[in-house]
Design a protein around this ligand. Structure first.
Ligand code: SF4
Length: 115
């Protein structure tokens, strides 16, 4: 399980490690259909609200899943970046997007408390 709490600059830096794979093997191996490749791109380009929407549109429990999903056996296991150094910290980026949304006033996306 991933537990990194990213600052904004750390999240952007981590998202920038993504190779923007055309076939996005990470997204193909998400049983919840959360589409990591898409929300990672949004974080990379500082569109955190869109990142959170992508997660929630696929999975209303995206916030909880960011804490309990076995990423290392799913999306992270397929991440192509590990062929260079290490896989993108997909779970921590998912957690960042959801946590950032909770801090952002005026969002029209439903709020869900993360335990
Ligand atoms: S597999 Fe890894 S490098 Fe490729 S799109 Fe997904 S997160 Fe980015």
């Amino acid at each position: 399980m991933e537990t990194t709490d990213f600052t904004i600059s750390q999240a952007i830096a981590e998202a920038s490690r993504c190779l923007l794979c055309h076939d996005a093997p990470c997204s193909k191996n998400c049983p919840a259909g959360t589409n990591p490749a898409s929300f990672i791109r949004s974080i990379r380009f500082e569109n955190f609200t869109e990142a959170a929407k992508t997660i929630r549109n696929a999975n209303i429990l995206g916030g909880v899943c960011s804490l309990v999903c076995p990423y290392s056996n799913l999306c992270k296991k397929e991440c192509v970046r590990q062929e260079i150094d290490s896989p993108v910290k997909i779970g921590s980026l998912q957690k960042f997007a959801i946590e950032h949304e909770k801090k952002k006033p005026g969002t029209d996306t439903p709020m869900h408390k993360i335990p």
